[in-house]
Design a binder for this molecule. Structure first.
Ligand SMILES: [Zn+2]
Length: 511
């Protein structure tokens, strides 16, 4: 199992005479000014008899060499972004692989000075990696030969960013594995084992909590979600804790909680009408956090400490499943009225958020995150982007904006909104019997502020409502809902996982 390595290639490889690479992928918005004029002439001759060339991805054979022409389309309009390179690289590498290439090289011609495209080559490479990844179950059945491309040359790549893109690719690869795998192969104990193997002999320490009694005692809301899975030992929950401590001085601490629902049946509020298929991908948040840690482990950034807690659990249905109306007292001492058992991700993460918040108080310059495929509303509201909702201290520090701006440069976009009073009103208690309501009973996609109000719930059960700008110890907190961005084309059952938010977090905090 491996992602294709990015390696530096010189301009001399932009030639049909190159013996090292078996396919030359040329990406450009305009092909009229290639540096190699014999090559340009040969392409022009073929274009004279094939009008598809320069309009769509086409494979040419020139001097017995594969040359793949990959046009980006327009790049200058307000709404164009670097995904033009990401998307065309996916198509081009798919052509290269289908034609038998195992060692292609990517060249970007007619480079623009537009700052939107400053990482175009790196992004094209990451697009190629996205297209080449094959599901873990497929590799385990067919063998690694279904991923024949093990290396990709990048012409004139910046040597300073080569290590970084390899680290991002490694993290994204792991995240796709963790998110994209069926519920038995990636049941909680096996999810935890994947993490143990992933970080073996690395700079990231792994601690797995597998004792059900400890989970019942320390994480009562997570335990509530897991309850029905206790009947089946191989479905038992795990809490996976990851920690990276940099060499030298620490100037910033990133603290993540990831939602790792290896399967979400909805519980007693069962997903009916065909809405359950694809719910093995409800672990995408934990997968992205673990993937980000893999990028960190490989890159070893200085100054940044990273702590991550992953709630890895199955929301099953059975005679001991939790039901709406129950009141659960959380780790924070908050009495939580269950509104709907399909709103389980916020319960699974809430106690871990409370715990990591307590740890945050003693850390250097901490920022807290929850990362989750939380709501259908996020996908409905913002489409294929991350949906970030932040508290006052995070807003003051422009945390979400700065991550989303990095995302725009790395084909990993997000939209930012803020926590509002309506969100807190929405989850307020209706009687003295409880302190907070976990959810309403309509689909989030038809609920006003359906992806924002869960952040208010998380803030309350995580105790972060006591760490706003008005407190003596403000703690920046961003809730990242990746339900719309986590899988390609919003196809939860079949779309490839995108490893959403890894590239932007890495670009923001590690580059
Ligand atoms: Zn659910």
């Amino acid at each position: 199992m491996a992602y294709p390595n990015a390696v530096l290639a010189s301009n001399e490889h932009v030639s049909t005479q190159c013996s090292e690479h078996d396919a030359l992928i040329i990406i450009a918005d305009d092909f009229s000014t290639l540096s190699n004029s014999p090559l340009q002439q040969a392409i022009a001759e073929q274009a004279a008899v094939d009008s598809r060339i320069f309009k769509q991805v086409t494979l040419l054979v020139i001097d017995n060499k594969r040359v793949i022409i990959a046009p980006t389309g327009p790049l200058t309009r307000d709404y164009d972004d670097v995904r033009r390179y990401f998307d065309v690289a996916k198509l081009a590498i798919t052509e290269a692989k289908a034609s038998g290439s195992v060692n292609p090289v990517i060249y970007i011609a007619n480079k623009t000075n537009d700052s939107r495209y400053q990482y175009a080559l790196e992004v094209a490479y990451l697009g190629a990696c996205q297209a080449l990844w094959q599901p873990l179950e497929a590799r385990e059945f067919h063998g690694d030969a279904i991923e024949p491309i093990t290396q990709i040359g990048l012409v004139d790549a910046n040597p300073d960013t080569l290590n970084a893109v390899n680290a991002i690719a490694a993290g994204q690869y792991a995240a796709r594995d963790l998110c994209g795998t069926e519920p038995e192969r990636m049941a909680p104990p096996r999810f935890a084992q994947y993490c143990i193997d992933l970080f073996k002999d690395s700079s990231v320490a792994v601690d797995v909590i597998d004792d059900i009694n400890a989970i019942d005692k320390d994480y009562p809301m997570l335990s509530t979600v897991a309850r029905a899975s206790y009947a089946v030992e191989r479905h038992h929950p795990r809490v996976v804790k990851l920690e990276y401590v940099p060499q030298g001085e620490i100037t910033r601490t990133l603290m993540f909680v990831g939602k790792g629902l290896v399967y979400d049946t909805g519980g007693a509020d069962l997903k009916v009408g065909g809405y359950m298929a694809g719910m093995s991908r409800d672990k995408g948040g934990a997968a992205s956090v673990a993937g980000f840690m893999k990028s960190v482990a490989d890159f070893k950034p200085t100054g940044v400490k990273v702590v991550a807690y992953l709630a890895v659990v199955r929301n099953s249905i059975g005679s001991d499943c939790f039901v709406p109306d129950e009141i659960i007292t959380s780790r924070e001492g908050v009495r939580v009225r269950i509104g709907n058992t399909d709103a389980e991700g916020r319960l699974a993460m809430g106690d871990l958020l409370s715990e990591i918040k307590d740890l945050a108080k003693s850390q250097v310059n901490p920022t807290l995150f929850t990362v989750a495929t939380l709501t259908g509303h996020a996908a409905r509201a913002v489409g294929p982007y991350g949906a970030y909702v932040e508290n006052g201290p995070a807003r003051s520090a422009q945390v979400s904006r700065s991550i989303a701006d990095c995302g725009d440069l790395w084909a990993d976009g997000a939209e930012v909104s803020r926590s509002r009073r309506e969100d807190y009103d929405f989850v307020k208690p209706r009687t003295l019997a409880d302190d907070v309501l976990s959810s309403n009973n309509a689909a989030s996609a038809v609920t006003a502020r359906g992806h924002q109000f869960p952040m208010a719930f998380l803030a309350k059960v995580g105790g972060l409502d006591k760490h706003g700008n008005d407190s003596t110890q403000p703690l920046p907190y961003v809730h990242m809902d990746i339900a719309g961005s986590g899988v390609e084309n919003g196809d939860w059952q079949h779309g490839k996982p995108t490893a959403a938010s890894i590239a932007s977090l890495f670009a923001r905090y590690c580059l």
